[in-house]
Design a binder for this molecule. Structure first.
Ligand code: SF4
Length: 147
């Protein structure tokens, strides 16, 4: 875990140092399915617009960040899907939320596209009802957009 954390910190340091600036629409906010409250009936994998922002999980606030910052965003079920989204030609930078292991895989797989990685927290254990800090995510998005 320490090694994964060090890789993520080094990646984020390097991406920030490069001072990359892109248009909001060229930034992809990539969210893992485990953020979605497991009792929620909304199909947020289909679209984040499906979220009713009821406050029971982090998805509502993260969907708000996507809307406020004007970036692209989606929720994915796994690494392959995440990579498909990150490789879209219109996307030039990625803000990824996930556990440390998935973040490191994603950073390596998405290269050379820059990825700012934000770790989620796991109050109910791994892969279930995880959480992410919208302030941290918004700050990462703005590092790319310069907003
Ligand atoms: S915030 Fe959105 S995704 Fe989360 S439980 Fe409420 S409606 Fe479902």
């Amino acid at each position: 875990m320490k090694l994964l954390r060090a890789i993520i910190a080094a990646n984020n340091w390097w991406v920030r140092r490069r001072g990359i600036r892109v248009k909001p629409a060229e930034v992809l906010l990539l969210l893992p399915h485990c953020l979605h409250k497991d009792t929620c009936p909304r199909n947020v994998v289909l679209s984040l617009d499906e979220c009713r922002r009821c406050g029971q999980c982090s998805v509502g606030e993260l969907a708000r960040v996507r809307e406020m910052e004007g970036v692209a965003g989606c929720m994915v079920g796994g690494g392959r899907q995440a990579l498909q989204q990150a490789r879209q030609p219109g996307i030039r930078a990625v803000v990824a939320v996930a556990c440390e292991r998935e973040l490191v895989h994603g950073i390596l797989a998405a290269w050379p596209k820059p990825v700012l990685a934000v770790g989620n927290t796991t109050p109910e254990g791994p892969c279930r009802n995880t959480m992410a800090d919208p302030v941290q995510v918004a700050a990462a998005v703005r590092e790319f957009t310069g907003a």
